[in-house]
Design a protein around this ligand. Structure first.
Ligand SMILES: Nc1ncnc2c1ncn2[C@@H]1O[C@H](COP(=O)(O)OP(=O)(O)O)[C@@H](O)[C@H]1O
Ligand SMILES: [Mg+2]
Length: 294
């Protein structure tokens, strides 16, 4: 029972008529429904508040853990470098090999910590996002330059193109991260002698950025899961190509945060093309809120 409605009448001795009873019953039912909805709404609000605080705790946890892991890692890296340089005495070739293995492990850990930290910041919206007009030509060239050494080391032809004056509404650091993640995938998953290209152009009110490679491609059954955290396609795992499986989740979080879209086309053994559409500067497209805060 939600409550009681009390009616008092001024003409004593006259029985309640059917229409009067019906009217009171209908009012009581309406009030009951209203009260019920109000209580549900209140419960829902409380639940949203609780979820928000759990979410904030999760972000804080990630940020703290990332920080706590980085300091000892820096000391491991520092001492490995010193030992490698012979600062602790002569190093045998066996010891050099062991040090190289420690260094690889430390790099993997560093990448994982950095990726987890970046994703936590993006999803919670706690990072510093500075939205404004960003010249894509600068971002495209900068990202291509960043992966050029690893492309050259892998014997790959790397090309980039972007018309001057193509500007999107976005955060330059995040767009830089997005392109580096895509280009480093293209380089990493393309065997020697292959091609990697990054192009940007305007089309249909969007800036369209395309990263294309002639690499190992992605098996059909894996293509639907590429943006899930920690997901790595079977051919990447089989070939023991290193990675965290967080790079594309970061790409998606950044794209969504910019009000854009990302799509992957791939053919196993032939290559992969990733297309990102971003709102052109001044196009009036509204960036979405961080995924979990809606
Ligand atoms: N250009 C590409 N060519 C082939 N496979 C790719 C490419 N980009 C992404 N993938 C597949 O998608 C998975 C997820 O990508 P990502 O999140 O960047 O993880 P990773 O840390 O492995 O690079 C990769 O492990 C790989 O299986
Ligand atoms: Mg990656």
């Amino acid at each position: 029972m939600l409550g009681i409605i009390v009616g008092e009448r001024f003409q004593h001795g006259r029985p309640w008529t059917r229409p009067e009873i019906d009217a009171v019953e209908s009012i009581a039912a309406d009030i009951g429904r209203g009260l019920h909805h109000a209580r549900l709404y209140e419960q829902e609000e409380r639940l949203v508040e609780e979820l928000k605080s759990v979410f904030d705790m999760r972000t804080e946890f990630f940020t703290t853990v990332a920080h706590e892991l980085r300091s000892p890692l820096a000391s491991i890296e520092g001492y490995v470098e010193m030992l490698g340089n012979g600062e602790g005495g002569p190093v045998t070739s066996d010891q050099q090999r062991m040090l190289a293995a420690i260094e690889r492990g430390a790099t993997r850990l560093r990448n994982l910590i950095d990726d987890l930290f970046t994703l936590a910041k993006l999803e919670s919206g706690t990072g510093t996002t500075v939205m404004g007009p960003v010249d894509l030509a600068g971002v495209v060239t900068g990202a291509a330059d960043a992966v050029r050494p690893s492309a050259a080391a892998g014997g790959l032809a790397l090309t980039s193109s972007c018309p001057p004056g193509l500007a999107v509404n976005g955060d330059a650091n995040q767009l830089d991260r997005l392109l580096i993640n895509l280009l480093s995938n293209a380089v990493k998953f393309t065997p020697g002698g292959g091609q990697v290209s990054v192009t940007a152009s305007a089309g249909g009110g969007w800036a369209v950025v395309t990263v294309r490679d002639s690499g190992i491609g992605i098996p059909e059954p894996d293509r639907g899961h590429l943006f899930s955290r920690f997901f790595r396609a079977s051919n990447a795992v089989e070939r023991r190509i290193p990675g965290t499986g967080l790079g594309l989740a970061i790409v998606q979080a950044i794209t969504v945060g910019h009000g854009g879209e990302v799509a992957v086309q791939s053919q196993e053994g032939t290559g992969t093309t990733v297309t990102v559409r971003l709102p052109l500067a001044g196009s009036g497209h509204q960036p979405a809120e961080p995924a979990d805060r809606r």
